[in-house]
Design a protein around this ligand. Sequence first.
Ligand SMILES: [Zn+2]
Length: 187
Amino acid sequence: MATRIHPTAEVSPEATVGDGTNIWHWVQVREGARIGRDCRIGKDVYIDKDVTVGDGCKIQNFATIYEGVTLGNRVFVGPHAVFTNDMYPRAFSPDWEIVPTKVEDGASIGANATILCGITIGRSAMIAAGAVVTKDVPPHALVAGVPAKVVGWVCECGRQLDAKNWCAHCQKTVSVSRPKARRRRRG
Ligand SMILES: [Zn+2]
């Protein structure tokens, strides 16, 4: 399938865009960015220098994806979600270093979420809308809040699993490795 880039989008000639990908109005894709096949890049999205976006990703309107970020395949990024790439943000920082962030296959990032840098978001994890993610998210975890905490576990389909890792929607058990519950000591 052909790649479609809206005339108002600004895609660097030094970026690559895969077959079947649609890039909508006013998107900016910087030099060195690599976007896979069959992606949907919504209106006003910003994709910075050297960012990698896998195949089959859906990036919603106004999301901003800065240098240092790597998205796997089938990653969903909700509207207005923002990635950061600077541990010590100052207007003047002569020794600024980019801190990489990775989002694994099938993970979703809710609307307006903020992802701090140096983080890995695990496979099929789900970031709730408005969450501020400050540390690694395990595969299949559902995290919410500011700062984001694990509040549940989800299937590949996005629905929550019960205590036995069963997805009632898909009628299957999902393999997730939950951290062991800590025992409280008495006294
Ligand atoms: Zn499911």
